[in-house]
Structure formats: C-alpha cells, structure tokens
Design a protein around this ligand. Structure first.
Ligand code: PGA
Length: 249
C-alpha cells in the first residue's frame, strides 16, 4: 500500500511560516527526489490556514485536511467549523478524535464517531485517531482500550476509501518516547483484525502510527507490517524533517 505521510500542525505557525513550509514541501514534491509511487502527503493546518494553504500548494501532490469538525452541518455553534466548511475550502481530509481533542474538549468515542460521520457526509476522508494512556499500558489493558475505541469511534459506512485509522499511544505524543517497533507491529496487527466488519476492505485501509515520529525513527516505523503511514506532529513543522520522513517511505 502507498504510505500516507500526514502532518498535524496543531495550534502552531503564522501564515508567513506556513507559506514558507508549503513552499519547501512543494519544491520537494515537484522534484525528482520525491517518489510518488511510495507515498501521498497530507497536511492538517489550523482552520485559519485551510484556504491559504490550498492556494499555495500544488494541487495534485499535496492533500489538505482539517484538524477537527463539528458533528452538525451548520447552526449556532460559536467557534466551531463544520465538515462541509472544511470541504468547501477544497480540503479532502479531517482528523477525528485526536487525543488532544479527547482530553481538552472531552470528546468521547461516541462523539468521535459522529465527527467521522460528519466528515463522510461532507465527502471528506476521516482520519480516526485512537490511542491508549500510559496507565492503560501499565495495566496491560492497551488492546482492550483500543478495541473499545475502534468499536465506538468507527461509523457505519466506513470504507478503505473514506477512512484512515491513526494509532497514537497518548504517552508517545510530543514526549520523544516512541513505542517499540515490536509493540507497534502487534498493535497494528490487532487493529487490522479489529476493523474487519467495521471498515469495508479492512485489508486496504490505511493504518497510521503517530507519536514522536522523527526523521531518525521514520524508516523503521514505516517499514513495520501493517503500518501504512505516519501522523506527525512536531516534526511536521519543519519542512526538512517532514520531507526526510517522507523520504523514509
Ligand atoms: P508528535 O505528535 O509527533 O509531536 O508526537 C503526533 C500527533 O499528535 O499527531
């Protein structure tokens, strides 16, 4: 499967920084250093940058996604944006249920499922994020936790075309701690099994790993069985690092 190299910019960057970063990524993607048979690239900027990023990028080779969507199409929801609004910027993806949304905004798996549904309704590809806490792992509960999150977060109608699953152990996000390759391999095999019957064409569904992915560990992670890409936070803010991660695919 072609790898998906996805960058989650979170609440970072000015327009000037973003423009420079997109220029760097575009130059790489247009050069013969980029192996387009090996990977697709996605960036998820803050909502204020969805439109300008669309203008700056080269359409064919870089996809753009929102970091979150509201469950409703429209209405009195101050500060929120709908999946339809994200799609209206020509973005094609939306994250749903990133652990920071789950933690900062109390998003339950039930809400995450409705957000993924909203993304599908708007024609977006939903990147559904799941991940266990360190305490879950300490209690040997990580497989149960992930199974439950998958069961509750994946909407009916999910297919390999409209859904990507991102496994991000919460304790590995932004901490510099990365799961052992053997643990990533086991968890991704588990997730592959668990999504059978929940996502059509489960074997064709992209499963991303996220949590302190860097140019130095990307090759090992990307070449692990059932890892079909990476979701990168910190290292997606430097074009050079993100490019080196893509090269590792
Ligand atoms: P990180 O973030 O790469 O900075 O650990 C990953 C994520 O939250 O998607």
């Amino acid at each position: 499967m072609k790898k998906l190299i996805a960058g989650n910019w979170k609440m970072h960057s000015t327009l000037t920084e973003a423009k420079e970063r997109i220029a760097g990524l575009t130059a790489f993607l247009q050069s013969n250093q980029a192996n387009h048979d090996a990977f697709d690239m996605l960036v998820c900027p803050p909502a204020t940058m969805l439109c300008p990023v669309q203008k700056w990028k080269d359409d064919a080779i870089l996809s753009v996604g929102g970091q979150d969507v509201h469950i409703n199409e429209k209405g009195a929801h101050t500060g929120d944006i709908s999946a339809e609004m994200v799609a209206d910027t020509s973005a094609t993806y939306a994250l749903a249920g990133h652990s920071e949304r789950r933690a900062d905004h109390g998003e339950t798996s039930d809400i995450v499922r409705q957000k993924a549904e909203a993304a599908h309704r708007a024609g977006l590809i939903a990147v559904i994020c799941v991940g266990e806490q360190e305490s879950d792992r300490d209690a040997n509960q990580e497989y149960q936790v992930i199974s439950a999150q998958l069961k509750q977060s994946i909407p009916a109608g999910a297919t390999s075309e409209n859904t990507v699953i991102a496994y991000e152990p919460v304790w590995a996000i932004g901490t510099g701690k990365v799961a052992e390759i053997s643990d990533i391999e086991k968890m991704h095999a588990h997730i592959r099994n668990e999504i059978v019957g929940k996502v059509a064409q489960a074997d064709q569904t992209r499963l991303l790993y996220g949590g302190s992915v860097k140019p130095t560990n990307a090759a090992d992670i990307l070449h692990t069985a059932n890892v079909d890409g990476v979701l990168v936070g910190g290292a997606s803010l430097l074009a050079e690092d993100f490019i080196n991660i893509a090269k590792a695919a």
